[in-house]
Write a protein that binds this ligand. Structure first.
Ligand code: FNR
Length: 391
């Protein structure tokens, strides 16, 4: 809300407070490949379109003459952790292709704005370096889960994350193989084989990965980055899914809460509750994995109806402005993940750009709630009674 008072005067161009303009401005500054990667979706983009359309079916209905002497509180509690705001940085890989500072810029901005940072296994910066710039910020570790014959590598990643202050494990279940993405296929683009995203990049800092590579090829990772990048990609995207029974292994090797990302059905959400999983991210990866699927927001509604009180529910796929956040929270999510918008900020201005996007989204959310007479994001104030549905 502070930013509302200060206005554009203090935020330099190319920044804009109109969230709808971020993507267009960033598009002008990206290479064809980076643009295709971040803006691209699975196949025809039907899932992604539905993600956005779903928000339009819900309207926030305001209440008048409500006590609103202070701005609404944005505090939330997720996985037993007290959080200042109900948004977090969605895990997004290879951020150096968008800005040379990559993950370092995003993790620093997140810490400054009090926004939790979720680190991707496909990051272009090491776990340790990100933890250092993120400092006292809240950070969670997202796992692309290597196949069972690489359990030693998985354990190494989890131990490094734990040692570096990552306080929850987020396991992404919808990406054991990258989706059919025409933009990347047309550009013959593989983010993992680019010189600006490898290097210190990806898992190359991992001692188990390095040891195995040396045993297999008789040389160091740095001597053959291309093979190393392709080996690494093959490990974190093994091409087939684990089974529910494999979660035992993660439980045994991770001391802390576990969140499963990519849940879309009531059936799977119930299974998570049965297994004692602490949280889920209702997500379809922004429609980048499977086409012709349902809108993530529609999945949220069904899942909250069935298991809303039994597990912490986080939402992503389609969040673009303050009212989107308010709607997802009113529908029962405890927090939402911001994905592509912060990448546009990263393209436009590195750490400052990411900070701008986060501040804008939070300012927009705050004013929206304030003017709708909603006193906080807690379910007591922000709930389904604040919304009206029309098809
Ligand atoms: C992603 N996403 C993702 N998810 C994940 O678990 N690990 C990852 O490494 C990545 N990488 C990634 C790269 C890019 C360029 C994008 C756009 C997305 C998915 C991400 O966490 C989130 O689910 C989506 O971004 C949500 O969709 P919207 O709101 O960005 O459309």
């Amino acid at each position: 809300a502070d930013v509302y008072g200060r206005g554009l005067k203090y935020e330099r161009p190319p920044f804009t407070f109109q969230s709808k303009e971020w993507e267009g401005l960033a598009r002008e500054r990206m290479s064809r490949e980076s643009l295709g990667y971040v803006c691209g979706n699975a196949s025809t983009g039907e899932t992604t379109r539905k993600n956005h359309e779903a928000f339009q079916k819900w309207s926030i209905v305001p209440s008048r003459l409500v006590e609103t002497s202070s701005y609404p509180s944005l505090k939330t509690e997720v996985l037993g952790q007290d959080l200042k705001v109900p948004i977090a940085i969605a895990p997004i890989g290879v951020q150096r292709i968008f800005n040379p500072d990559g993950e370092l810029a995003t993790a620093a901005a997140a810490a400054s704005e009090g926004v939790p940072y979720i680190y991707s296994t496909a990051a272009a910066t090491s776990i340790e370096d990100v933890a250092r710039v993120n400092g006292k910020g809240v950070r969670w570790y997202q796992l692309y889960w290597p196949s069972n014959n690489h359990n030693e590598l998985t354990v190494s990643l989890l131990q490094r994350a734990k040692k570096n202050g990552f306080s929850a494990l987020v396991v992404t279940l919808d990406t054991y193989k990258l989706g059919w993405r025409p933009s990347d296929l047309n550009n013959a683009y593989n983010p993992f084989l680019r010189s600006d995203s490898v290097g210190t990049a990806l898992g190359f800092s991992d001692p188990v990965f390095r040891k195995n590579f040396k045993e297999k090829y008789g040389k160091e990772v740095e001597e053959d980055m291309k093979t190393a990048a392709s080996d690494w990609a093959g490990m974190i995207f093994p091409g087939f899914s684990h089974g529910w029974e494999d979660l035992k292994f993660l439980r045994e090797n991770w001391d802390g809460p576990i969140v499963l990302k990519g849940i879309q059905t009531v059936r799977d959400a119930r299974k998570c509750v049965e297994l004692g999983i602490e949280g889920i991210v209702v997500s379809n990866h922004g429609g980048r994995q499977q086409d012709g699927g349902p809108a993530s927001l529609d999945c949220l509604v069904k899942i909250v109806n069935e298991v809303g009180s039994k597990i912490d529910i986080i939402f992503d796929s389609g969040i673009r402005c303050g009212s989107d956040i308010a709607k997802a929270l009113a529908l029962g999510a405890k927090m939402v993940l911001v994905g592509r918008p912060y990448v546009y900020g990263l393209v436009l201005g590195g750490e400052e750009g990411v900070g701008h996007v986060l501040r804008s989204l939070l300012g927009d959310l705050t004013m929206n709630l304030h003017l709708a007479g909603i006193q906080s994001v807690s379910p007591e104030h922000l709930n389904r009674d604040c919304l009206e549905y029309s098809n």
